[in-house]
Design a protein around this ligand. Structure first.
Ligand code: ADP
Length: 255
């Protein structure tokens, strides 16, 4: 295995190289249906990996298996060398932003962001530090007393992102987090998301149906088909050398 190249420009937080994820032969399904069919995937610390593929190919299911919301029938999920397959979500050191994982409407921005810290019993003083830092990173300083209904869609997603990262998880799982926003805002927030992910050195696994977004944001893209990865590579590789007609056709569909 080649050693990762570290340059002076690398953010210090990636030096500790936390947040590797290994999916080993994961199969799962619902009742009689099989959704994931012995899927293997390794994600490097600090990497931004996007899953693309037709609707129903298993992208969300894979994220949910990594999150611990679905238990696989076979296979393992390994984070930084530790087998977490049997651990509940809150013990996995993950953050997630799902399209339908809404903010708590009766809590302020600050209280929403504070929630994961309270769950983890972080002392008050440290909580305030972490929240201030996160508000700054997502550009919402001064808006902490507002309620979600007093924010735009884009601001709400920034809060959701802040809430998912405030406890400094190793891995961030994102399922169509920008899906409900208009194109311009998607692009803007996509770039911001990438900046924040780099700054915090968090490994990100991103599900989207927006190919352009995937090509702009990702270190690597995995194309899913029928519960398996049919190709995995850097955006340029997929674009120039699709592994088969399915990938070529799928990528050709929308561009
Ligand atoms: P994708 O994210 O690629 O669109 P999903 O992972 O959401 O695909 O779904 C993969 C397959 O699993 C689909 O056929 C879907 O209908 C099925 N599925 C997903 N969740 C459930 C569930 N809770 N119960 C039954 N079937 C499900």
């Amino acid at each position: 295995m080649t050693k990762p190249i570290r340059t002076a420009a690398s953010p210090p937080s990636t030096e500790s190289a936390r947040g590797s994820v290994r999916i080993d032969g994961v199969s799962c399904g619902f009742d009689a249906t099989t959704v994931l069919r012995g899927l293997d995937l390794t994600i490097d610390p600090g990497e931004f990996l996007t899953l693309l593929g037709p609707s129903g190919s298993g992208k969300t299911t894979l994220l949910r298996v990594i999150a611990g919301l679905i238990e696989p029938r076979a296979g393992r999920v390994v984070i930084d060398g530790a087998d977490v397959t049997k651990l509940p979500p809150q013990k996995r050191d993950l953050g997630f932003v799902f399209q339908n994982y809404a903010l708590f409407p009766h809590l302020t921005v600050r209280q929403n962001i504070e929630y994961p810290l309270k769950v983890r019993k972080i002392p008050t003083a440290r909580r305030q530090e972490l929240i201030a830092e996160m508000l700054d990173i997502v550009g919402l300083t001064g808006m902490d007393k507002r309620y979600p209904s007093q924010l735009s869609g884009g601001q709400q997603q920034r809060v959701a992102l802040a809430r998912s990262l405030v406890h400094r998880p190793k891995v961030l799982l994102l399922d169509e987090p920008l899906g409900a926003l208009d194109r311009r805002l998607r692009q803007e927030l996509g770039r911001e998301l990438r900046r924040i992910q780099r700054e915090t050195g968090t490994t990100a696994i991103y599900v989207t149906h927006d190919q352009e977004e995937a090509f702009v944001l990702s270190d690597r893209i995995g194309i899913m088909r029928d519960g398996l990865l049919t190709q995995l590579g850097a955006p340029i590789e997929l674009y120039q050398r699709p592994s088969d007609l399915f990938v070529a056709g799928f990528l050709g569909d929308v561009n």
